[in-house]
Design a binder for this molecule. Structure first.
Ligand SMILES: Cc1cc2nc3c(=O)[nH]c(=O)nc-3n(C[C@H](O)[C@H](O)[C@H](O)COP(=O)(O)OP(=O)(O)OC[C@H]3O[C@@H](n4cnc5c(N)ncnc54)[C@H](O)[C@@H]3O)c2cc1C
Length: 384
């Protein structure tokens, strides 16, 4: 078995880079939106064959067992080449696997992990509800224990990729008496179960990324409860460090910035002082973002915990990305009017799709307002 962690960092980086560059489909580089599973599946299967599907899982469960340091290199190389969703982008491998390894029973690990690893089951995350997003602990989807099964009733929303998924991990209310965080349980559900209805929601960019999942007396076995009854809040909150900094990676902004530069060169905008002024500001924002990312990546590499100041990275990353894509739309003139890429003299430019898709980044990984609350309360210790 290969011990990646003993390998020199540069050699490891070269090996990952070579594999990605030789195998990742050109036409899927830097997609402006999340691909459907059927589109990305051939690439995922190559990773499965190579044994690289789960770089962050321990070797004993079929992962690469990478240290945080090597994992950052792996993620960085995927981001550099514009691999879709940067880190596989599938909730089973990325989130559920590590949760089962930490909180699941031996029986659950044996039954579920091999199928997750080979993409025989595709998982989505059912946390948000129509009245529970930022304040997730207010969720009201209820599960009643009835013999050896839970009967689930309620509605989940914004469930990414549910149309492509076979299963969902979800958090449900199992006790209404105590503090709201205490009566929550973490369950696994087969989406083919009677009583489950999945409805796609078309977003502003025209793709059906999210879904609404209605649960009408949907039943799941008690053996599909992960962790203890009423302890699901702890299970669901337990993201690993690299998952938390993944959304803060500057790679997406760097790529958007390069597209902006190419477009501006083609349109002769570097002669325009107004353009150069805003371009320089964005270049500085991007430099700030990279510096902050490196700071948190260093902490992770040294095995130090990430604190509430991580919200600074999330904010800088999402808002820089939005500013760049907004400016790109502005300078693209008539090319920005349609979702179909417009033709410039040298290349195809689609300024509208990244602009539309990036509307979501200040919401999905915690809204900007919530990150500002965290910074003001827990980092700056401001009153209120
Ligand atoms: C791209 C994307 C993918 C997603 N994928 C999933 C998924 O797979 N599974 C899943 O369960 N969910 C998913 N979500 C949902 C996401 O978790 C929620 O959208 C997010 O938590 C915000 O909740 P909300 O939409 O209910 O907005 P709300 O919480 O209702 O917020 C509405 C507005 O009020 C503001 N606000 C709320 N509370 C406060 C406060 N205390 N102080 C100041 N302002 C406040 C917010 O900042 C926001 O502007 C996804 C969302 C996006 C955009």
């Amino acid at each position: 078995m290969h011990d990646w962690n003993n390998m020199n960092d540069d050699d490891f980086r070269k090996e990952v880079r070579r594999f990605i560059e030789q195998n990742y489909p050109q036409d899927l580089r830097f997609l402006p939106h999340r691909p459907r599973f059927s589109v990305i599946k051939p690439w995922l299967m190559l990773l499965v064959e190579k044994g690289w599907a789960a770089p962050h899982w321990p070797v004993q469960y079929g992962g690469m067992g990478l240290s945080p340091r090597k994992l950052l290199i792996y993620m960085d190389e995927q981001g550099r080449w514009g691999v879709a969703r940067q880190f596989l982008g599938e909730a089973g491998v990325v989130q559920l696997g590590p949760m089962l390894i930490r909180f699941g029973s031996e029986e659950q690990r044996a039954r579920l992990l091999p199928k997750i690893l080979r993409y025989e089951t595709i998982w989505c995350q059912g946390y948000s509800e129509p009245n529970a997003g930022s304040d997730l602990a207010s969720l009201s989807t209820e599960a009643l224990l009835d013999g050896d099964e839970f009967a689930i009733n309620g509605r989940k929303i914004w469930t990414s990729s549910a149309l492509d998924s076979t299963h969902m991990f979800l958090i449900v209310r199992t006790d209404k008496t105590g503090k709201k965080q205490q009566g929550i349980t973490f369950l696994l559900l087969d989406l083919a179960t009677p009583g489950v209805t999945v409805r796609g929601i078309k977003n502003i960019a025209g793709t059906t990324d999210y879904c609404e999942v209605t649960l009408d007396n949907a039943r799941t076995a008690r053996s599909n409860m992960v962790g203890e009854l009423n302890q699901g809040w702890t299970v669901s909150r337990n993201l690993l460090g690299f998952e938390r900094i993944n959304t803060g990676s500057p790679r997406r902004s760097e790529f958007a910035f390069k597209r902006l530069e190419a477009l501006a060169r083609e349109r002769g905008l570097f002669k325009d002082a107004g353009f150069v002024d805003r371009y320089a500001q964005l270049a500085l924002d991007l430099a700030d973002l990279k510096a902050v990312y490196v700071h948190f990546a260093d902490l992770l590499t040294r095995g130090e915990p990430l604190g509430p100041d991580l919200s600074v990275l999330q904010l800088l990353s999402s808002e820089t990305n939005q500013r760049i894509t907004e400016f790109m739309l502005e300078v693209s003139g008539e090319l920005g009017l349609t979702v179909a890429p417009g033709e410039t003299q040298n290349e195809r430019v689609d300024a509208l799709t990244p602009f539309l898709v990036m509307r979501a980044v200040t919401i999905g990984a915690g809204t900007s307002e919530i990150h500002r609350n965290i910074i003001s309360r827990h980092v700056l210790k401001l009153p209120g």
